[in-house]
Ligand binder design. Sequence first.
Ligand SMILES: C[S@@+](CC[C@H](N)C(=O)[O-])C[C@H]1O[C@@H](n2cnc3c(N)ncnc32)[C@H](O)[C@@H]1O
Length: 382
Amino acid sequence: MYKKVDLYYEPIEEPNKLMAPIKKGMPLGEMSKNELAFICGLLKESRPKKLLEIGVAAGGTTAVIVNCLSMINCHSEVFSVDIAEQYYRYPEARTGYLFDQIRSYYKDSGVYQELILGKSIPYCIEKIGGEIDFLIIDTMHVLPGEVLDFLCVLPFLSETAVVVVHDVSYNLLSWSLKGKPAYATRVLLSTVKAGEKYFNFDDVHLSIGGFKKDQTTWDGIEDVFSALSITWSYMPLLDDLKGYLEIFVKYYNNKQVIDWLKTVCYLQEKKIGGWNSVQEELDYVLQTLAGYDVYIYGTGLKGRKIEKLLSKANIKGHCISRDYLLDEWDIKDGVVCVDDIQNENTIIVLAADSPECYWHIIENGLEHIVISDEVWKAYSCI
Ligand SMILES: C[S@@+](CC[C@H](N)C(=O)[O-])C[C@H]1O[C@@H](n2cnc3c(N)ncnc32)[C@H](O)[C@@H]1O
């Protein structure tokens, strides 16, 4: 069974006292004292030199981390990354504002702290660099969320890095994310291989856990990738998806996994709408296309069918892949190569059941819509 961690409460009180007058009625942080004591216990035991925190919110947890490292006299670097520049519960304040306002208090502590806002992990991990020996992930809670981020950071972790994942039983709580399956960190903790895993058995919500990376983590990493085929609750932004893939291609020498993941992303996007009917989906598609120049990717039966179905949209023509274009047998007026499309004010409707075509769209950074199988079935295209 998972190992129990010695809880270390002492570092929590001081930053909480300092932040209390400036918190503007908002929570200090999103971790309970118990959970913070779990993190501090692991910090005390492992004494990290380089810590990465993904998911900062107000910055209350950041403050406790910095205070803890200062109390145990550990002169570490702390990088705190959040995709949002403004605090999501109180957008008048910057993300991390609580720690920012008390940071001067820790200026002589020997702990270096840097807040990186408005960027997802693939766009800052190379700059943060390797030998990260402590990682805390607390972001979306729904898939692909923390699983993608962990895979992105793994090549930058030290050999025995400690990884903490928050809200590992969030899906069991009555207030969990509006019925969405909030189990991304649980999926990560349960699929990752590690000789040592940790759990906070003292917490009534069983909500925080972790593990220590070792060689088995690398050996078994395909199980974590394979967990990405569990249904996703959202699609990462276009640039982020591209960014994750670029990191995976560069740091995992595994073409089979990358090709498989590309297909999974395509299948997830095809399914993500969760429409109640074909008409609801088509209405949404038409609304989304309004104001855009539309190209339909594909010139076959599906391409022609979708052109008719979406005839109210501003359809400029069809597009196809460059290798297909070379065949020349199907080229008509209004057919262009997808690589030649300028992305300003243009949107692509994918009418070819092909992960390869999907990735041509992503790699060209083009806005797009992927039509679900239900529409094709309804119009007898499959
Ligand atoms: C639950 S809050 C974090 C709470 C914080 N760890 C604490 O203990 O106070 C989640 C945060 O993750 C951020 N976030 C969501 N997706 C992200 C991503 N892909 N990368 C970085 N931050 C992300 C959100 O903007 C939000 O501030």
